[in-house]
Design a protein around this ligand. Structure first.
Ligand SMILES: Nc1nc2c(c(=O)[nH]1)N[C@H]1C(S)=C(S)[C@@H](COP(=O)(O)OP(=O)(O)OC[C@H]3O[C@@H](n4cnc5c(=O)[nH]c(N)nc54)[C@H](O)[C@@H]3O)O[C@H]1N2
Ligand SMILES: Nc1nc2c(c(=O)[nH]1)N[C@H]1C(S)=C(S)[C@@H](COP(=O)(O)OP(=O)(O)OC[C@H]3O[C@@H](n4cnc5c(=O)[nH]c(N)nc54)[C@H](O)[C@@H]3O)O[C@H]1N2
Ligand SMILES: [Mo]
Length: 764
């Protein structure tokens, strides 16, 4: 079956385009918070939930993974977009069996994710039988029976794939990977494969651990913070408070981005008097409006200049003591980087040389440097080399493993980092598997499994026949939408453990199940009483999260209960794991985590201390680098300029201010001046003039890749916008159709969602 992709089922005829904003937050953010919260939850539930977000006795915000700090505001430690995430989950609307009786699966496939998300919380397990047109209610027992039957019918456990999105708690993630490995496969693709995988790959190789090395305190103490390829005003709004604090303590900020994002420019902190009435705090001291994909060139240029400054005044620029004692590969790196060609740098970055020199001057004056980054660095073909070059930059001046300095990959989903720590990884280390084997007495599979892109290929080719997802919206989040949809439709069974309806429920295998689950905000009561779960933030702090709301329906089960119930049904007594005890008391799961995963000693006691605890991190704590060489590694990273044919632009796919990945909260992108619409493409006025396209015109976006296939996203309104020249931007997931499945990053295999070559095709 082929369904028509939903162009739009929302009325965007009233779309308006205004000027981009020059500051983030302030009063408009407060008003937007109240509007979303009130609409979804009503006044009482809003007050009940918003007061508990990120408090030490409350629940972890289901929004981003930015850490909470010790001094929490008693009236609200959340942001506008955190409030939208909470409202989205705690909504009073419901998707009941009657809803499924009224809407066929095929009709749902013609809806946008915006419409689907607006229908409310899922209340019952439902089943789409083979050949059926509608989902119908099914008991939990029968649902587990369907999964067990399909898994038993496989020739090999490797014919199943088990996806995870990053909201899953540590406890659920741990039992999930345990079940999957006991079943017999490492096919554990997760959203991280599309997100910070490039950071994990580059950091593991160079510093020996795939996680950031800074704390909030480090940001507050830094002299220079570089925010590269990240839009914190929208995606990590609480980070603006940390930047503001650093600024007030004298730090300088350099923002590197093709777009002049409002949150990088000025912050009106709604929790400070001057944020409400005054003009707020200016953030970026330097805004480098880089061409998409120019970052490797920028950091190579900065590194070259640092080496030249060292030549001019030996012993004053490079931290020789650190380099000699703690690093490897310096000479080879230095020889290569000295040969960096300025012409290439200027072409790749599109920046004036004088600005790069100014940034260099700031670096020279700064003893403590932090580099923060997100998707603007991770979703390109050369993302891993780019991030390695960032590491080179920090290593040169010893900016790792001391206060006020380090690497800060800012994570996305609230527990995506914790899920990895718990073993949600298709390439587990031998050490991890040995520990699992010692604890649970079965031999886990050793062969590496499929990541996201490989899982799609395997479904397409009939090598994976059962697709199971704990959370997320696989169909909409992945690249090459028609190819991915065909792959999923080629399976025997798709199962989605979800809180809300989304497109992945409408694009199914021969049979399908939707299993409704409790979210972060919901009270979770099991045999031993009320439970809490734990999560790990972007800075390796682990803490408890306790939901308190009355669940949408008594049929909802926790993710732990679903995974353990299914494991018991599928595995019977093939392994000696007390699944039922685990469900009854999550402390018992934490006891096992403590025995398998380093850093969790005394887990149950330490996580009950308000605020939790921080996991060990060799480079951060003691300048110990657990790499292959036992040292931090300098690397050599080739500079290739991304050139596009005449008349083409590099498209980057971004988030609007009113969405959480594939969950669309609303149709405004306040900071970029867009109201009541999403099908827009932001292009520089000079490019429009050269292309002969007018602002306001409607065009198709057509991507061109070396496989010769033309991928098309129809009907986007052109918005003249001050982006970097030669580049354009449009929202994800509407533009995922344009990203070729096989266009992925070297090493990390992450889809290249930030560098897609497109042309704008005028509609007849
Ligand atoms: N409200 C809200 N919060 C979220 C999310 C959400 O959707 N909504 N998503 C969560 C998740 S999973 C993640 S991963 C994070 C994502 O957080 P971000 O990475 O901030 O998200 P994007 O919208 O992808 O923004 C990418 C930024 O990089 C810039 N950029 C693009 N290409 C380049 C480049 O080549 N070089 C440079 N220097 N910059 C570039 C873009 O202009 C944009 O500002 O946010 C998390 N938090
Ligand atoms: N073109 C393009 N594509 C991208 C990106 C991009 O920048 N550009 N970004 C990529 C990135 S960074 C990421 S992280 C991925 C995101 O990929 P995913 O994580 O797969 O997608 P989400 O939209 O975050 O998933 C939303 C769904 O999660 C479910 N959900 C929410 N809370 C819970 C919960 O507590 N439990 C369970 N079981 N389910 C829950 C709801 O049903 C909701 O519909 O997308 C990637 N795709
Ligand atoms: Mo992400």
């Amino acid at each position: 079956m082929v369904t028509k992709p939903p162009v739009s089922d929302v009325d965007d005829s009233g779309m308006t385009v205004g000027a981009p904003k020059r500051f983030a937050a302030g009063v408009p953010a407060i008003l937007s918070t109240l509007k979303h919260a009130g609409r979804e939850m009503g006044v009482k539930r809003s007050a009940q939930t918003l007061l508990k977000v990120n408090q030490k006795d409350g629940f972890d915000c289901p929004g981003c993974a930015w850490p909470e700090g010790d001094h929490r505001s008693p009236i609200g430690e959340y942001c506008e977009n955190g409030a939208k995430a909470v409202a989205e989950e705690a909504t009073l609307r419901q998707v009941t069996p009657e809803f499924f009786a009224a809407h066929s699966a095929a009709s749902l496939a013609e809806r946008t994710d915006f419409w689907l998300g607006q229908q409310g919380r899922l209340t019952h397990p439902v089943y789409l039988a083979e050949g059926a047109t509608h989902y119908t209610p099914i008991s939990w027992d029968d649902a587990f029976g369907v999964v067990a039957e399909e898994l038993a019918a496989l020739d090999s456990p490797d014919q199943a794939a088990f996806y995870t999105s990053g909201r899953t708690s540590n406890e659920a993630a741990f039992v999930y990977q345990l079940f999957v490995r006991a079943f017999g496969t490492n096919n554990l693709p997760d959203c991280s494969n599309m997100c910070h995988e490039s950071s994990g790959s580059a950091l593991s190789e160079t510093i020996g651990i795939g996680k950031g090395s800074v704390s909030l305190q480090d940001l507050h103490e830094a002299d220079l913070i570089m925010v590269v390829g990240q839009n914190p005003g929208t995606n990590h709004p609480r980070m603006l408070s940390a930047l503001e604090k650093a600024k007030r303590a004298g730090a300088h900020i350099v923002a590197v981005n093709p777009l002049p994002e409002a949150g990088l420019m000025r912050f009106k902190n709604p929790q400070r008097p001057n944020g409400i009435a005054g003009s707020g705090t200016p953030l970026a001291d330097e805004f480098a409006q880089i061409r998409v994909n120019g970052d490797l060139a920028l950091f190579r240029a900065l590194n070259r200049m640092l080496l030249e400054a060292e030549d001019a005044a030996p012993g004053t620029v490079v931290d020789r003591a650190f380099v000699d004692e703690h690093t490897s590969g310096y000479e080879e790196f230095a020889a290569d980087v000295r040969a960096t060609d300025w012409a290439d740098v200027l072409e790749a970055t599109g920046l004036p040389r004088i600005q790069i020199e100014r940034i260099h001057e700031r670096v020279l004056k700064s003893r403590r440097v932090v580099v923060c980054w997100a998707m603007g660095l991770t979703q390109h073909r050369n993302s891993v080399p780019t991030i390695r070059e960032v590491v080179n930059f920090l290593l040169l001046r010893g900016n790792i493993g001391r206060p006020g300095a380090g690497v800060c990959p800012v994570r996305g989903h609230s527990n995506v980092q914790g899920d990895r720590t718990m073993g949600i990884y298709e390439k587990p280390s031998a050490t991890f598997l040995d520990a699992l084997e010692a604890e649970f007495g079965f031999a886990p599979p050793r062969e590496h499994g499929h990541d996201v892109v490989d899982a799609i290929r395997a479904m397409r080719d009939g090598r994976v026949k059962v697709f199971f997802a704990v959370g997320g919206n696989f169909v909409a989040a992945t690249p090459d939408t028609p190819a991915t949809e065909a792959a999923l439709r080629n399976t025997a069974l798709t199962v989605q453990v979800s809180t809300k309806l989304n497109r992945s429920h409408a694009v199914t295998g021969r049979r399908a199940l939707i299993l409704p689950t409790l979210g972060r905000t919901d009270a979770d009561v099991q045999a031993s009483g009320p439970q809490f779960v734990t999560v790990e933030d972007s800075m390796s702090a682990v803490h408890a999260s306790t939901g308190r709301l009355h669940p949408a329906s008594p049929e909802l089960r926790s993710e732990v209960a679903i995974v353990c119930g299914l494991a018991e049904r599928v595995l019977g007594d093939r392994v000696a794991v007390p699944w039922r005890d685990f469900t009854g008391d999550y402390d018992l799961i934490r006891d096992r985590i403590e025995r398998v995963i380093p850093g969790f000693a005394d887990f149950n006691a330490r996580v009950r201390v308000p605020g939790g605890f921080v996991l060990p991190h060799g480079p951060r704590d003691e300048r110990r680098f657990p790499t292959a060489t036992g040292k931090a590694n300098f690397t050599v990273n080739a500079l290739e300029v991304l050139r596009v044919p005449d008349g083409r632009l590099i498209l980057q796919t971004v988030r609007s201010h009113d969405q959480y990945n594939t969950t669309i909260y609303g149709l405004d992108d306040r900071y970029r001046g867009i109201k009541a619409g999403r099908r827009v493409v932001f292009v520089h006025p000079a490019d429009l003039a050269a292309l002969g396209v007018a602002d306001g015109e409607v065009v198709d976006l057509v991507s061109e890749w070396k496989d010769g296939v033309e991928r098309r996203a129809p009907e986007f309104r052109v918005v003249a916008y001050p982006t970097a020249k030669g580049c354009c931007a449009a929202y994800f997931p509407e533009t995922n159709v344009l990203v070729p499945l096989d266009s992925t990053a070297e090493v990390s295999n992450t889809p290249t969602s930030k560098s897609v070559v497109v042309r704008l095709e005028q509609r007849a």
